[in-house]
Design a protein around this ligand. Structure first.
Ligand code: ADP
Ligand code: AMP
Length: 213
């Protein structure tokens, strides 16, 4: 089962993708997480990606596509995967479609998690991410057991640099201009499913399970 998560930054794609990965036994592949791991490990790729991420801009397609195709070629992706944060542009979706097509494969579901911009701005300020494992929480809606500490690995939780309000605004502009057209792209292929992302995360997940079976 190959799934793409669509939705604005902060819509809850990562939160849902983790639950899908666990329930269906497929890897959660997040290009944002791959870039952040590279930044943390001070790789050349990380330094390049950071220049764009800090401004709320997209990392160039060429670089992003290479990283993603390498990742999904790994053995653990043989039974499928859930993509979170990729594709984010039509050219990225086209490259993925072409690469899958060569193997007689395709994306089975594109799940659009719908949340209006006003809710997003409120949500992002409350997001906290683990500096070590990347787990995500929300100070009100999905709190960690101990404030400021990751439930999974015990490391520190921080507000991501790109979750500061001025950067969130640019990220939303980029989303509307470059990523939202993917809704029509996947709708035209008959695989688009829409869920109401303003509901409690458990209810959103129940709606997704209803779709995936
Ligand atoms: P994305 O991966 O789309 O950028 P996240 O999954 O990281 O979004 O969610 C953004 C923030 O909103 C996080 O702090 C997360 O804990 C919180 N969140 C996720 N789903 C919900 C929900 N259904 N209701 C309220 N807050 C949510
Ligand atoms: P995310 O964790 O998905 O919110 O991504 C954080 C940042 O990483 C984005 O704002 C982009 O700068 C960059 N990024 C992640 N995925 C992509 C992608 N598919 N294409 C371009 N940039 C990306």
């Amino acid at each position: 089962m190959k799934i793409v998560m669509l939705g604005a930054p902060g819509a809850g794609k990562g939160t849902q993708a983790k639950m899908i990965a666990e329930k269906y036994g497929i890897p959660h592949v997040s290009t944002g997480d791959i870039f952040r791991a590279n930044i943390k490990n001070k790789t050349e790729l990380g330094a390049e990606a950071k220049k764009y991420m800090d401004q709320g801009l997209l990392v160039p397609d060429e670089l992003t596509v290479r990283i993603l195709l390498d990742r999904v070629a790994k053995d653990d992706c043989g039974r499928g995967y859930v993509l979170d944060g990729f594709p984010r542009t039509i050219p990225q979706a086209e490259v993925l479609e072409e690469a899958l097509g060569k193997q007689g494969e395709k994306i089975d579901y594109a799940i659009d998690v719908e949340v209006p911009d006003e809710n997003i701005i409120r949500r992002m300020g409350g997001r906290r991410a683990c500096v070590s494992c990347g787990a995500t929480y929300h100070i009100e809606h999905i709190p960690s057991k101990k404030e400021g500490i990751c439930d999974s690995c015990g490391e520190k939780l921080v507000l991501r640099d790109d979750d500061k309000p001025e950067t969130v605004k640019s990220r939303l502009d980029v989303y509307h201009a470059q990523t939202q057209p993917l809704i029509d792209f996947y709708s035209a292929r008959g695989v688009l499913k829409t869920v109401d992302g303003t509901r409690d995360s458990k209810d959103v997940f129940a709606a997704i399970v209803n779709i995936l079976g």
